[in-house]
Write a protein that binds this ligand. Structure first.
Ligand code: PHE
Length: 491
């Protein structure tokens, strides 16, 4: 098999620096664009990773599930599951230098391999994800725009209802996708890379700035306690499962997004080094986001309002900004919502790229046309969500968890079992720098398929109360068909 023989030899090196898109010869012989710099790639991958998962979902998860105990568990899961899977996913894209579907043909050496369906699943999942993710990003963009005037200060709840449904939501949703289109029609180094080189440092600065500002307010100690006070008994198997799901979602794994970004990576880059950098940056950002959010809420007595995930952004936080008064409120509100939008937008961009790469490379359609076509399809798919937010609970909730875990499982199976060990490890280790396949490969082969299989089962069937600390978590089956998951007394 040509590919496998090739991978045993040193992989072809491609120019890795330079301001313009360097071309590398891919297996198909077509010229292909690449990242302009390592920093550009890393920031773009961090841009994909840092999104609602870090700014809202992680802090709430930590606060609700054991505080510092959850943070430690989560950091462990990132190293044990997140980084290995990221290296595995990177290795597929980087070796193949192809979109998520074509990559499997290149990697297996079989043009019509069934694994192409896995690739199609990635492209479809990322596009489906974006259909609701762009909608929520639209709400955030609107809040960023109106924060200077404090439009939502007098009645945050009514304002949110208006912003999140119907024509208003459709308008801002469309705007986000138009912006996404504008970025992705450019070449990789001029579009996506430049965007992330600017937005990611800005985002970090804003969030750190807000966390420092929060320190100056009165009564914030309660916020830190609410966030991090360790409660070891809170860590049940159900929480572990939730933490793995959170890590996957947050690191953008199993969607073809990281695979596609890595396909623009020169062969000489170390995958393990890059994956560690991305994971540590994402974790750090998520931690700091908690240091920003909870003291802000504590200072205005808004802690513990029972909001999970996204609800945090549109419920208690706008109330806190309103409580800051007409001078400070608009400033802090604008900074916060701009940061949240930057986080979401850079993730949205990574969610459309798998589809564009696929359509343009496999069907020979020019990138601009492919991007326009995908934007229209994704917008249309998002319309029902804008009309009925209950759909969002399903699509952005348990359905997303199921798909993310399924995506990760397929990568683990392909790398751990479909690819001969020596080749899989060579693909992970090629490049100058850190080589971790001795640690990662056994995990991908022996631990991840089983762990992700169990996780997938519970996410579909619902987890029994013994697993989730007395509460039965509803699975996909429960949500879709209204039947109970695996209940506490076997019901
Ligand atoms: N990681 C993003 C977030 O935390 C979501 C995402 C998932 C983006 C998968 C791209 C791919 O919000």
């Amino acid at each position: 098999m040509t590919t496998e023989v090739r991978s045993r030899r040193p992989l072809p090196e491609a120019p890795s620096t330079g301001p313009t898109d360097a071309t590398a010869s891919s297996e198909g012989g077509a010229a292909r664009v690449q990242w302009g710099s390592r920093l550009g790639f890393v920031l773009s991958a961090v841009g994909s990773a840092v999104g609602f998962g870090s700014i809202a979902r992680f802090p709430m998860n930590a606060a609700n599930n054991g505080g510092a105990a959850f943070v430690l568990l989560y950091a462990g899961i990132m190293l044990l599951v997140g980084v290995p899977l990221m290296v595995a996913e990177f290795s597929l894209g980087r070796t193949a230098q192809r979109n998520a579907v074509g990559a499997f043909s290149v990697l297996t050496g079989e043009r019509r391999t069934r694994w192409r369906y896995a690739g199609l699943l990635y492209v479809g999942m990322a596009a489906f994800f974006l259909s609701w993710y762009a909608g929520v990003s639209g709400w955030v963009l609107r809040y960023a725009f109106v924060s200077p005037t404090g439009a939502y200060f007098s009645d945050p709840d009514t304002y949110f209802l208006q912003a999140s449904e119907g024509g208003d939501a459709l308008f801002w949703h469309f705007l986000v996708l138009l912006l996404t289109l504008a970025i992705v029609t450019g070449k990789i180094s001029k579009g996506i890379e430049r965007l992330n080189l600017v937005l990611m440092p800005t985002l970090f600065l804003i969030v750190i700035g807000l966390a420092v500002y929060a320190l100056t307010l009165d009564g914030v100690a309660e916020g830190y306690r609410f966030y991090l006070e360790p409660e070891w008994s809170a860590i049940t198997l159900g929480v572990v499962i939730a933490a793995v799901g959170q890590a996957f979602f947050s690191l953008s794994l199993g969607q073809g997004a990281m695979m596609t970004y890595a396909s623009y990576l020169p062969q000489r880059q170390s995958l393990a080094g890059n994956a560690l950098t991305v994971a540590v940056s994402t974790l750090t950002f998520a931690l700091v986001a908690g240091f920003m959010v909870f003291p802000l809420l504590a200072a205005f007595g808004l802690l513990g309002t029972g909001q999970a995930g996204l609800g945090l952004i549109f419920g208690p936080l706008p109330r806190a900004f309103a409580a800051m008064g007409p001078t400070v409120g608009p400033v802090i509100g604008t900074l916060f919502f701009s940061a949240a939008f930057f986080a979401a937008f850079t993730s949205a961009v990574s969610l459309i790229e798998p589809a564009i790469a696929y359509v343009s490379e496999e069907f020979g359609i020019d990138r601009r046309r492919a991007a326009t076509l995908m934007t229209l399809i994704i917008y249309t798919a998002g319309i029902p969500v804008a009309l009925d937010t209950r759909l969002l609970d399903l699509e952005g909730g348990v359905l997303t968890d199921v798909l993310v875990i399924l995506g990760g499982l397929l990568i683990a199976l392909f790398v751990g079992w479909r690819t001969p060990a020596r080749i899989a490890r060579a693909r992970m280790d090629s490049g100058v720098g850190l080589k971790l396949s001795w640690y990662i490969f056994p995990l991908v082969r022996w631990v991840l398929p089983g762990a992700l299989g169990v996780l997938l089962f519970f996410t579909i069937a619902g987890s029994p109360c013994g697993l989730s600390g007395g509460e039965e978590a509803e699975g996909l089956v429960g949500v879709l068909f209204g039947v109970d998951g695996l209940g506490c007394d076997g019901t």
